[in-house]
Design a protein around this ligand. Structure first.
Ligand code: PEP
Ligand code: MN
Length: 345
């Protein structure tokens, strides 16, 4: 249930409305916009069904939330959510590009990648230290050593780092290094893990499961938010269909659908969606045209030798070219794309 208050509602009226709602056992969450203040009511809506809420002073309108997700729903917040990323933020006008290798393979390769992607305009560095691999015999990441390298490269460049946490037992460790906790596609419905990262205030990058509906994704976000962590970034990374020409099927329409359904920032991962290097630039441009707030792109100094996802990783020159091409799409979408010179200045 969402209560929209009258313009100019007083603090006393607001308190009174909240007290009334809370007296029926629901929790309230206030979102203040420039024009309006909105009170989200979480809990058993049934208990409020016969309460004459419209008669309470200060109430203008009452909307039933039929959607199963509340905290994540567009109506719940007066403004789009902006997730802080050190000096940057995701969800504002600036398009945020997160780039880096699929896996942290060593210090030198991560340093080289960080410097090059930063110079091209990336605002955050990605890299997996704990890797979910389909085969147990594939490279599964450097573990804590990878996290240490990420933190060192952050200290050197100032780039916030995004890295995956796969297990509830690793949350504390990964959070002690990472700026953003990535929940991978395979873990999108690991409800214990979602609950655990929800207990922190650290931003969470939630990737869409490969067989997840948009509603499933929003309910996964709701898990995190219901624990008190409002900093969730949603990521469309392709879903499984019957096609074989691409690794996954990029669900482009999911971006405008999500932007309509939720106030949370939405980004796209063209690397996992396409699975082929030549698809990364066109899918990135399409995502931005469709309204994405950012992109996450895999970049490797020498993709041919990458321990994971080499076929979909861009080399440095390809990333530069992709970023140059992106500028026009960002502008057409009403976005700013900060250039490296501006970041340094
Ligand atoms: C990744 O980002 O490297 C990754 C494993 O992604 P996903 O969970 O989307 O497959
Ligand atoms: Mn990958």
């Amino acid at each position: 249930m969402i209560i929209v208050t009258r313009k100019g509602v007083t603090a006393e009226e607001l308190d009174h409305i909240r007290e009334r709602v809370e007296s029926y056992g629901l929790r309230t969450h206030v979102s203040r916009g420039e024009e309006r203040t909105i009170i989200g009511c979480v809990g058993d809506e049934e208990a409020l069904r016969h309460v004459p809420l419209l008669s309470i002073p200060g109430v203008e309108a009452v909307h039933e939330v039929l959607k199963p997700y509340k905290l994540a729903s567009r109506e719940f917040a007066a403004e789009p959510t902006r997730v802080p990323l050190r000096d940057a933020e995701l969800g504002g006008r600036a398009l945020v590009v997160i780039a880096g290798p699929c896996s942290v393979e060593g210090r030198e390769m991560l340093e080289a990648t960080a410097h090059r992607v930063q110079a091209a305009g990336a605002r955050a560095l990605r890299g997996g230290a704990f890797k979910p691999r389909t085969s147990p015999y594939s490279f599964r990441g450097l573990g804590e050593e990878g996290l240490r390298i990420l933190a060192d490269v952050r200290a050197e460049t100032g780039l916030p780092v995004v890295t995956e946490v796969m297990d509830t037992r690793q949350v504390e460790l990964v959070a002690s290094y990472a700026d953003v906790l990535q929940i991978g596609a395979r873990n999108m419905q690991n409800f214990n893990l979602l609950t655990e990262v929800g207990r922190l205030q650290r931003p969470v990058l939630l990737k869409r499961g490969m067989a997840a509906t948009i509603k499933d994704l929003l309910l996964a976000a709701e898990y995190v938010m219901s624990q008190g962590n409002p900093h969730v970034i949603l990521c469309e990374r392709g879903i499984r269909t019957f096609g074989t020409e691409t690794r996954n099927t990029f669900d482009l329409a999911a971006i405008p659908v999500l932007k309509r359904e939720t106030h949370l920032p939405v980004i796209a991962d063209p690397s996992h969606a396409g699975g082929r290097r030549h698809l990364v630039a066109p899918l990135s441009y399409a995502a931005v045209a469709a309204g994405a707030d950012g992109l996450m792109v895999e970049v490797h100094p020498d993709p041919a030798t990458a321990t994971s996802d080499g076929d979909q990783s861009l080399d440095f020159d390809e990333f530069d070219a992709m970023m140059s091409g992106l500028a026009a799409f960002a502008e057409a979408a009403g976005r700013t794309l900060p250039r490296a010179a501006m970041i340094a200045g």
